[in-house]
Design a protein around this ligand. Structure first.
Ligand SMILES: [Zn+2]
Length: 475
């Protein structure tokens, strides 16, 4: 029986954008058809979305909830848990987030997964999944466990090629261990999700700037620089090319050199995909000099206007496939607690405004088609991360995760109106649309700004990477 019926004149479907009716029964979409071609089902709630934009719920493939982050007094602390971040997400039209489980959290990977699940189950208002994060010197039996995790529905493995800052020793995985992990990924259809920087160059620049007494965070782009991204991306790609079947997703691409490395690898047929972050595409290292300039930062670093050009070009030519947040939800005091190149808080608040902000920047300011925009904030993440077509599509058989954007709601972003933190890096930006309705698996969870969901609503999502991702699908 159809419970919910949405009629729109600008509905973004895999077939194109147009006037469609969407019929929803339980948690699934059961029909999408040209408006008026099937009768309004008796008993269904009818939502008139004419004049609005109807799209699949947003997917943020890169968030960090309940993540270690020291308190301003130096004591151990955590970022906001999914209880907070997921509510902000659904308010902003995002219905699925992918976070991280550290393999080192438990005595083995399965144990780590079970422990991490306790932070999420019953604590999340949207659907969620986890990448497996491996760090440091890997135990010899870890690759085998990764193979089991891939088959259990955790097919993405986060790997760092750098310790990021001199004080964070133990993040970087050496190339021998990465080689072993890639072999498992290739054999079991897993995907490497990579934080790629050249550790030698980064640590060299830390030492140099410390020696020169130029340790202010406004110099961050000199440390986490474009040369590092260039060399590191190409080194990781070269390794992947040597192990047939290895597919890569480069996280938080920040530089034109990174975009070029992905583009060139794709042209050789390497199955590689790129993610950028909203702040990397819209702020430069000049913004570090503004008051509270740390609020724009996440590692590696903001770059230049020239890099922006390449990042934006990548969203159109297929080198950049997803725009994520690298969400670290914390107070302004925590975000500002470090001001040096080696202690500034990474991550960024933004899960709530991301869908509207990207609509404004892509469709509003740059003339992107609605389909391309939806690819970049939802569909491509679903395809790459093994959620499609259950997520990321308005199609019969898909989960009824639906966001309705209202182009009449041209609000100006201000932290007090969001549900995230006591600051936002997007303060004062005028939006060209804002969600008036968010539906999670058939349930209206936010309507006209009012939260109607529950922290019991979110469900863990089993994922399996599709075959075409390993052959370099054009997205
Ligand atoms: Zn991250």
């Amino acid at each position: 029986m159809v419970d919910l019926f949405i009629r729109g004149d600008t509905v973004v479907t895999p077939q194109g954008v147009g006037a469609y009716d969407i019929a929803i029964a339980g948690d699934k979409i059961v029909g999408v058809a040209a408006s008026g071609s099937f009768p309004v089902p008796p008993g269904a709630r009818v939502i008139d979305a004419v004049g609005k934009i109807v799209m699949p719920g947003g997917i943020d493939p890169h968030v960090h909830c309940k993540w270690h982050l020291p308190n301003p007094d130096g004591s151990a602390g955590l970022t906001e848990p999914p209880d907070v971040v997921s509510k902000a997400a659904v308010h902003g039209g995002t219905t699925t987030m992918i976070d991280f489980t550290r393999a080192s959290l438990g005595s083995n990977v399965r144990d780590a997964i079970e422990k991490r699940e306790q932070d999420w189950k019953g604590h999340c208002a949207c659907d969620y999944a986890q990448h497996i994060m491996v760090e440091g010197a890997l135990p010899v039996d870890l690759p085998g466990q990764i193979g089991e995790a891939i088959q259990a529905g955790y097919p993405t493995v986060k790997i760092f090629t750098t310790d990021i800052t001199p004080s964070r020793k133990g993040r970087m995985v050496d190339f021998g261990d990465i080689w072993e992990i890639f072999r498992v990924l290739a054999a079991k259809q897993g995907l490497g999700v990579i934080h790629s920087e050249d550790n030698d160059i980064v640590m060299h620049m830390y030492a140099k700037l410390i020696r020169e007494d130029r340790t202010g965070f406004e110099n961050m782009a000199e440390v986490h620089n474009t040369l590092s991204e260039d060399i590191s991306f190409r080194r990781v790609i070269r390794l992947a090319e040597k192990i047939k079947g290895t597919a890569l997703y480069m996280m938080h691409v920040s530089a034109g050199t990174g975009v070029q490395a992905i583009r060139e690898a794709r042209s050789r047929g390497v199955p590689i995909y790129g993610e950028s972050l909203h702040q990397y595409m819209l702020y430069t290292n000049e913004d570090y000099k503004r008051p509270n300039g740390q609020i724009y930062h996440t590692y590696p670093s903001l770059k230049s206007a020239e890099d922006h050009k390449e990042l934006w070009a990548g969203t159109l030519d297929g080198a950049i496939n997803c725009v994520a947040t690298d969400e670290i939800c914390c107070t302004l005091a925590k975000k500002l607690q470090g001001a040096r190149i080696d202690d500034t808080t990474g991550g960024n608040a933004g899960v709530e405004p991301r869908v509207s902000l990207m609509y404004t920047e892509m469709v509003g300011k740059r003339g992107y088609s609605l389909s391309r925009y939806v690819d970049l904030v939802s569909t491509n993440a679903a395809k790459i991360m093994g959620l499609y077509p259950r997520k990321g599509a308005l199609a019969a058989g898909s989960d009824a995760d639906i966001t309705v954007l209202d182009p009449a709601d041209k609000r100006v972003i201000t932290a007090s109106r969001l549900h995230e933190a006591d600051y936002t890096p997007w303060e004062g930006r005028e939006m060209e649309a804002w969600p008036c309705l968010t539906v999670l698996r058939g349930k209206v969870v936010v309507e006209n700004g009012e939260f109607k969901g529950s922290l019991e609503d979110g469900k863990w999502q089993h994922r399996k990477i599709a075959d075409d991702i390993f052959t370099g699908a054009r997205l």
